[in-house]
Design a protein around this ligand. Structure first.
Ligand code: CTP
Ligand code: CA
Length: 224
């Protein structure tokens, strides 16, 4: 019994994970997106399931799949759809890990027909998408809320601001400084910063190992 529990320390816990990019439509055939592969979020989902957690994985467009009875994959396209899926499940979960690279802006108007190249210039007006993680931070009760931060300058300071702005318990700061880390790569160099602003830099490691480090933080929260 105790042995089972130590091998499946997250059994009975429900974890909502966001992953991948979002695509924001310009017209029926074009979109604004980004280079997120979804790998980090899928690795987190796999680690969480390996530890016994029930996982809801809300993901933007990606080629990744996951085969586990403990993981339900919810595929979405836009930031708005990701927002709606997250809010559908939020009340019911114990932990949220927001690894998605959500588009910050979307076209204000989506053309209903394919745009023709009739003019020398074409301007697309953009409006902000909704901040999914901040919206969850506003309504959170007992949920442990973990976000990511991608920064290229004043990394620690900006990440601390995000903790406050989004009411997070922990942020995973992603450093692009290291050439082996980030988008399209197999490795990540992260720094944990908690809500008390305790800063913990980690070594460059595989995204699978980073996923395990993040889940260890979740385990520590429940066994503190
Ligand atoms: N995030 C989100 N919804 C958005 C934008 C971001 O849920 N519309 C989440 C991301 O999944 C991540 C965290 O917020 O966990 C931080 O994302 P990041 O892009 O680093 O920060 P932003 O708040 O978007 O600010 P900026 O891009 O201007 O630095
Ligand atoms: Ca952003």
């Amino acid at each position: 019994e105790a042995d089972l529990e130590s091998r499946l320390p997250l059994k009975g816990k429900k974890i909502l994970i966001t992953a991948g990019p979002t695509y924001e439509a310009i017209d029926p055939v074009r979109f604004i997106g980004n280079h997120s592969s979804g790998k980090m979020g899928f690795d987190i989902a796999q680690s969480a399931a390996n530890l016994g957690a029930s996982v809801l994985l809300v993901t933007g467009p990606t080629h990744f799949t996951i085969e586990s009875n403990l993981v339900k994959v919810i595929r979405v396209v836009s930031a708005q759809e990701m927002y709606e899926a997250c809010h559908l499940y939020f009340d019911d979960v114990d932990v949220v890990i927001a690894a998605a690279a959500v588009a910050d802006y979307r076209p204000k108007n989506v053309a209903s027909h394919k745009i023709k190249k009739n003019t020398a210039e074409y301007k697309i007006e953009l409006e902000k998408t909704i901040d999914i993680l901040a919206s969850l931070g506003e309504i959170k009760k007992n949920q442990l809320l973990i976000g990511f931060a991608l920064e290229t300058e004043n990394e620690i300071e900006n990440a601390k601001l995000k903790i406050q702005k989004k009411n997070l318990d922990l942020i995973v700061l992603n450093s692009l400084q290291d050439k082996g880390a980030g988008f399209g790569k197999l490795t990540n160099k992260i720094t944990f910063i908690d809500k008390n602003f305790v800063v913990e830099p980690m070594e460059l490691k595989s995204k699978e190992a980073v996923a395990d480090d993040i889940l260890n933080k979740v385990i520590a929260h429940f066994y503190a």
